[in-house]
Design a protein around this ligand. Structure first.
Ligand code: SAM
Length: 304
């Protein structure tokens, strides 16, 4: 048995967006499957499903030994296999099981660390006890409501809130910019929040009829923070060019009128990495690719 700590981080690509991760990291080493390794990259990690923060390689003799080493480090280990599936399944059987059932919302995520591991060949395991995503393999499924919300966009808001371990409390004032047809407003109203839904076209009537929901037909970007006053949360799922959103967020931050933000950064064509890095550099915030994001990222900033 030989455990070799690796310098730097291992990145797990989002399927279909490997080329963005490659471009972001410069010239990473491709380890196989979704895994990219960069010993020197210190910039923000944007286009990934997960980042392994303390990677190591384990050369092992037997399945029992591999599982024993992982178990000795901590409880939670999620496999992300791309080869050696049979051997991987046997190691998995010897590790404490992880609950993969769809979660209700809201769900308070335990704060125990989630590790990740994979097999590079039949005697080499790559793993990290600490990873950026709190979800096993970067994946979370929610119990879906097929009747209530008008679109599936609500799932990314639920994921963002669960990931932040915080959500609007009853009576908290929220702005939902780009609210129609109303999936995010539906989530917020169900939590008992006061929602100001802003869009150029109205959300569905049944969403507008929910207690606590008020609709303003307006360009979200020409509404000034002072027009709305202090808010507990600002949400945006507006389809727009990222620099426009960035400029608008800066106005909100300068106003000091809100402390919690969850905003989707929608992308058309190849990403402009400079603007994305500007988002990542906004004080107190971070940019993630949620499991429920498609060709988009999410900027999160949550008051401590
Ligand atoms: C992806 S949809 C939002 C989906 C919504 N979050 C949901 O859960 O149902 C984007 C919305 O942004 C709105 N939009 C685009 N530009 C806007 C602007 N400048 N101001 C307000 N809304 C805008 C569109 O009308 C559209 O309804």
């Amino acid at each position: 048995m030989n455990l070799i700590p690796l310098k730097g981080r291992v990145f797990q690509a989002v399927p279909g967006f490997e080329h963005y991760l490659r471009a972001e990291l410069g010239s990473p080493l491709e380890l196989g499957g979704p895994f990219f390794y960069s010993p020197d990259y210190t910039g923000p990690a944007l286009w990934n499903r997960n980042v392994w923060l303390e990677p190591f390689r384990l050369e092992f003799d037997s399945i029992g030994e591999a599982a024993r080493v992982l178990r000795s480090l901590q409880r939670n280990w999620a496999p992300v296999l791309f080869t050696q599936f049979r051997r991987g399944a046997l190691i998995k059987e010897k590790l404490p099981s992880l609950n993969a059932n769809p979660r209700p919302f809201p769900w308070l995520l335990p704060d125990s660390p989630m590790g990740g591991w994979t097999l590079l060949d039949n005697h080499t395991l790559l793993a990290s006890a600490k990873s950026e995503s709190p979800f096993p393999g970067g994946i979370i499924h929610f119990e879906e409501d097929k009747q209530g919300p008008p679109s599936r966009a609500y799932l990314k808001l639920e994921e963002a809130l669960v990931r932040c371990r915080k959500w609007p409390l009853p009576g908290e004032r929220c702005l939902d910019a780009g609210a129609s047809p109303g999936g995010w407003t539906w989530v917020l109203a169900k939590l008992g929040a006061e929602v100001i839904a802003v869009d150029r076209s109205p959300p569905e009537d049944r969403i507008l009829a929910r207690p606590g929901v008020r609709f303003i037909r307006h360009d979200a970007f020409t509404l000034k923070p002072e027009d709305l006053g202090p808010l507990d949360w600002v949400f945006s799922d507006v389809v727009c060019y990222p620099p426009r959103l960035l400029e608008w967020i800066k106005k909100w931050l300068e106003s000091g009128l809100c402390a919690n933000f969850i905003c989707t950064i929608k992308l058309q064509g190849e990403p402009d990495f400079e603007t994305l890095r500007d988002f990542a550099a906004l004080p107190g915030g971070r940019v993630v690719h949620l499991y429920h994001n498609k060709h988009e990222l999410t900027w999160l900033r949550i008051a401590p």
